[in-house]
Write a new protein. Structure first.
Length: 200
């Protein structure tokens, strides 16, 4: 509530108003009317935040829906030059490398690259490190997904964009949200797909 004090001076009336920490709509305001800081689980720029950097202003969001439940990784069994990044932020370059080397238009990377969701078209297939980051806050993220009209990350195996060459068989890394473990399978196999994007 606001309290207004009235003073009579030689020059006329003077109003002194003191304000509480609530705005007129009843919502809480931060000092200087600054927006609330971003947090893991917030709906932001097309998806749910699953990673924030040290500034708290840049990070990664995960799409509200799966892009597939049975996509292949790539029909090209040869090693792909460059698609081996495993860390946070590597997924975008991995995705570009996969699309360049693979002929089919509906593989896991292409499904993410072609996604245009909530006004954003720069989605990509996450690296294995990015999938692990999602898993580290899976309860918060799944709750936020459901609260914002999305669907939870399934207790299934999801493709990462991180290639893995084992012996003579070319594979890619996967993440099992059922068993909370990194794995791999041949590129011709199928798995779930969930896109991510970066924001700043």
């Amino acid at each position: 509530m606001k309290a207004t004090l009235l003073f009579l001076t030689l020059g006329g009336l003077f109003f002194l108003t003191s304000c509480s920490s609530e705005d007129d709509s009843g919502g809480n305001m931060t000092p200087n009317n600054e927006p609330e800081p971003l947090e893991i689980g917030d709906l932001h720029q097309g998806g749910i935040i699953f990673y924030l950097d040290a500034t708290g202003e840049q990070g990664l969001v995960v799409a509200l829906q799966d892009q597939s439940s049975s996509a292949s990784w790539c029909s090209n069994a040869e090693e792909i030059d460059g698609a081996d990044g495993e860390s946070l932020g590597d997924g975008a370059q991995n995705t570009s490398d996969i699309i360049r080397a693979c002929e089919e238009s509906n593989n896991a990377a292409a499904r993410c690259d072609n996604l245009n969701s909530n006004g954003f078209a720069d989605w990509y297939l996450p690296s294995i490190g990015e999938l692990e980051e999602i898993a580290s806050n899976i309860a918060i993220i799944n709750t936020a997904l459901e609260e914002n009209g999305g669907t939870s990350i399934a207790l299934e195996t999801y493709w990462s964009s991180s290639e893995l060459n084992v012996g003579s068989v070319s594979s890619a890394q996967t993440y099992s949200f059922e068993f909370d473990v990194v794995g791999s399978q041949t590129k011709f196999g199928t798995a779930y797909v969930r896109a991510v994007r970066a924001f700043d």
